[in-house]
Design a protein around this ligand. Sequence first.
Ligand code: NAD
Length: 251
Amino acid sequence: METNTKVAIVTGGGSGLGKETALKLAENGASITIVDVSEKSGKETVELIKAKGGESIFVKADVSKAEEVKTYVEKTVAEFGRIDMFFNNAGISGPGLKLADHTIEQFDQIIDINLKGAIYGMKYVIPEMLKTGGGSIVNTASTAGVVGVSNVSPYAATKHGIVGLTKTAAIEYGKENIQVNAIAPGTTETPMVKEFGEQNPETMKATVDSIPAGRLGKPEEVANLVSFLLGGQAPYITGVVVPIDGGVTAQ
Ligand code: NAD
């Protein structure tokens, strides 16, 4: 399966890991639907892809709303005819608080976007992949989906949930040629993380000091990994969570 004739959906494609990965997939020749709740940033990614000669559409959607997820899937099929690659990535981090100090609304919001959003995405994308003989899905977990991380309990719960979802879907759809994996990035230099570092320089220094590689991850490193997993070069890799964390979870 070569990426150059394929169709991809990237959620959270307006910024950070989604944007970088969408640009990489487009560079490899894929047609891309950019999904984001932010119209401005999502359309910017589409324009960047088009400026380099790629094919892309933007669909504004809040991934926590099942109807809007159904719509981004339908619009992709209407525009490009099929779905081969799905980067199920949109997510939020939430505030840094101990478990009992979170409000119910904070728990609900993180679970709705990070976990239900990913579930809805797979629910509507998988039937389309089945129609065309298979495909590849990468779900964005986190190091907080592999180990506990203080002060982000709802986030960690959703990312552990993504891991369970990934393994289960890989088992259920393996014989139907759908490859399902998750990535577990460590702290990566996306706009969100850069802004946090500027506002909390001491916390950021402590974070960097705790990383065996001695630095933060780069979005293009994540894009390379996702494009490899989605591109079909190694279809026998399925149901795994690939850490891309400078060695953090090896400790
Ligand atoms: P980001 O904030 O740069 O990008 C996230 C994008 O998702 C934004 O464009 C935002 O508008 C969009 N989005 C947010 N809520 C949405 C919703 N309800 N519906 C549709 N789109 C929505 O963040 P990022 O760092 O690129 O994060 C992407 C994914 O990577 C997230 O799932 C995040 O949890 C995960 N992650 C990030 C890091 C990191 O250090 N950056 C580490 C591990 C995991």
